[in-house]
Each structure stands twice: as structure tokens, then as C-alpha cells.
Ligand binder design. Structure first.
Ligand code: ADP
Ligand code: MG
Length: 348
């Protein structure tokens, strides 16, 4: 958060655009057979043989999607990749390549952009992704990052949002709501710091929450786990905007209803205690928080035995006929209709 006064600051204009691209990309290796030509020509060349190709893209804008006063650039680079990989895994696919386009102002030094790329590279190495291109341009003020992820999948493995059937089980990975609370903790610390720059943030009580916000992991492991368990979900989506909004995507596209059980929603103990501290309802945070990057999917009842007892997977409800609606069954056994409260960028 605090800038070291002695930190080296090399102006990007010294390198020029081409020098910068070369500098940033020279340590990225190529790991996937499908990458025939990566960075360096007018276009990358990919070859997926008999597989289908998945393509997904996300745009992140400073001040809207990230705040550099508490988001270290390395984490930003890592997270920007995760957001995209998560969409490929949500199709049950294998992510293989990314392109990275950035717009930067002269406020950013070479060292700062190197940090961003260190995060991108860590993500690429960890998830076996090739960086195959991008674009570099200038911006008057803030930073923008647009990443496109490409993946591969066999036709018969593709999982869409629209395949859920009545009586299917609704399953979620990991736990929910922590990333949103991590953001609340960081926002609060920022305000404390702005009021008193000598205040030292004490985030020890919130390490899990802050990590979920600053260093999310896309659930590649779940795609591999489901393959190993020979479970093919009937529908799947990643949780970027909050559980309620993602359930509504699955139910509306599949033309089904759903009962979600409040007492089944997986919550981390740190998340629960911090909800008490912030005086917010944990279920509401899990339903509407967003940025968890977990996977939400439906499976046929006949697959239940294969996933039963797995600590990564929690059955939180079941699919019903459309006429029954989309409901939360509360701890008090009341039926409450679920409405989306997730983050809507156009309603800001
Ligand atoms: P063009 O003028 O044809 O758009 P560029 O000079 O922008 O080409 O890019 C040259 C090469 O560097 C291309 O392979 C491009 O995909 C890649 N590239 C450009 N910017 C980035 C970046 N920020 N990160 C990774 N690769 C990049
Ligand atoms: Mg270009």
C-alpha cells in the first residue's frame, strides 16, 4: 500500500511500445501443443485438432473493477487472468491461451507494469496457460486491462447453463461470500488510512477474506475432479456476481425452478464472524456478494453417490419444475422467492 520512496522508476517512454512488449513477454514460455505461434507476429496461430474452441473475454477498468490503493499490481494481474479462466472452467473446458491488452498512462512506471506481468506470469505458470498476444496502448488517466482466454473441450463434454432438469441436485464448490467481505475490510482500512496515514492496517483477523478478494483461484481442480469422478454436470456457471444471480441464470436458461436451502450454503467461519462484526446477514452476503469464482452446477440424482462426502462440493438445493419458482428455503422453513441482487454495472 505504501510507496517506497527509493523505489526505482523507469519511464516507459524510454523503451517505446515495441520495447515494452518485448520486455514484458520475453520470459513467457509456450506450454500447450495447440499454441503454434504466440507473441511476435501479426496474429497468433492456434490449432486444436478435433477439439472445440472456447473463447471468453473480460474488461477491467481502474476505479470500477479495481482500486490500486489496496490492490497490488501483481495481484491485479493474477486476478485478471483468474476471472477469465473461471469462465472457461465453467464450460467444463481446459483453458490454454490468453491475450492481454492494456491501456496505461504515464503515471505507471516500467516497474509497475512489470509487477502486473509478474502476476499474469504466475497465473500462466500455475494454470499452464500460454500468453499469445495482446495490445498495448496509452490512456489519459486510469489503467484498463482486457484479457481474452481461449480453451479447448471435446464436444461431448461441453456444459452449458441451460441443461438443468427437475430433480437434479444443485451443487456449489468451496465457500461463498468471503471475497465480498474482503473488499469491505479493505475499503474500511483505506478510509482509516486516508483519515490517518500513520495508522497501520491490522488485517490478521481477515487473512482468508482478503486473500479471497485479492488472490482468487479459478477452479480448474474441480473440472479435473469431475472428470475423475466421471460426473458430467447438466448445467454449470461460475459465481462472479453472487449465488442468487447465478442460480437465476441457470434456472431461466434451463426453464426450471429451484429450491435452495439456506442452512446448506457453505460459509467460512471467518466470513461468519466478520458478518457479525459488520452487522450484515451472512446469507445475504453469500447470495449477493460476488467475486467468489466458485463453480455452481447441477447433476443428475444418480450421480450423487459419486460426489457424496467430497469436501470441495456441497449440495445446496435441487431443481424443480418451472411452475414452482426459484426459492430460498430459510432456516425457519419459510419459502422466499430469490431475486437477483448481484452487482449490476449498468445500475451504478
Ligand atoms: P500490431 O501493431 O499488429 O497490433 P503490436 O505491435 O501491437 O502489433 O504487437 C506485436 C505483438 O505483441 C503481437 O503478437 C501482439 O499480440 C503482442 N502484444 C502486444 N501487446 C501485448 C501485451 N500487452 N501483452 C502481450 N502481448 C502483446
Ligand atoms: Mg497492436
Amino acid at each position: 500500500m505504501l510507496k517506497d520512496k527509493n523505489e526505482q522508476r523507469t519511464s516507459i517512454s524510454k523503451l517505446g511500445e515495441f520495447g515494452l512488449i518485448k520486455h514484458l513477454t520475453k520470459y513467457f514460455a509456450i506450454n500447450n501443443e495447440s499454441t503454434i505461434k504466440g507473441v511476435g507476429d501479426d496474429a497468433a496461430v492456434l490449432g486444436f485438432n478435433d477439439k472445440k474452441t472456447l473463447v471468453t473475454t473480460d474488461l477491467l477498468i481502474e476505479g470500477v473493477h479495481f482500486d490500486l490503493s489496496y490492490m497490488p499490481l501483481k495481484h491485479l494481474g493474477y486476478k485478471a487472468v483468474m476471472v477469465n479462466l473461471s469462465d472457461v472452467y465453467a464450460m467444463n473446458g481446459n483453458a490454454t491461451q490468453i491475450t492481454v491488452s492494456i491501456a496505461i498512462s504515464n503515471r505507471f512506471s516500467l516497474e509497475a507494469i512489470e509487477e502486473l506481468y509478474a502476476g499474469i506470469q504466475l497465473a500462466c505458470n500455475t494454470y499452464n496457460i500460454d500468453l499469445i498476444g495482446g495490445d498495448t496502448t496509452s490512456s489519459r488517466t486510469g489503467m484498463m486491462i482486457s484479457i481474452t482466454a481461449i480453451g479447448e473441450i471435446e464436444q461431448n463434454k461441453i456444459v452449458y447453463r441451460n441443461g438443468a432438469k427437475p430433480n437434479d441436485l444443485l451443487v456449489v464448490t468451496g465457500d461463498l461470500g468471503a471475497a465480498y467481505l474482503g473488499l469491505q475490510v479493505l475499503e474500511r482500512e483505506k478510509q482509516v488510512f486516508e483519515a490517518n496515514p500513520n495508522a497501520q492496517p491490522d488485517l490478521e483477523m481477515y487473512t482468508y477474506l482478503v486473500e479471497r478478494q485479492l488472490k482468487p483461484e479459478a477452479r480448474k481442480d474441480i473440472v479435473e475432479l469431475l472428470e475423475k469422478l466421471t460426473v458430467k454436470p447438466t448445467a454449470m456457471i461460475d459465481i462472479s456476481d453472487g449465488l442468487s444471480s447465478e442460480i437465476l441464470h441457470i434456472t431461466s436458461q434451463s426453464e426450471v425452478g429451484c429450491n435452495l436451502y439456506e442452512d446448506k450454503i457453505p460459509l467460512d467461519p471467518q466470513m461468519i464472524s466478520t458478518c457479525e462484526e459488520f452487522n450484515v446477514d451472512a446469507t445475504t452476503v453469500a447470495l449477493s456478494g460476488g467475486e467468489d469464482y466458485e463453480l455452481l452446477f447441477t447433476i443428475s440424482q444418480s450421480d450423487f453417490d459419486k460426489i457424496k462426502g467430497n469436501p470441495n462440493l456441497t449440495v445446496i438445493g435441487h431443481i424443480t419444475d418451472k411452475s414452482e419458482g426459484v426459492n430460498l428455503i430459510t432456516r425457519g422453513n419459510q419459502k422466499v422467492e430469490i431475486i437477483a441482487q448481484g452487482w449490476n454495472p449498468l445500475q451504478e
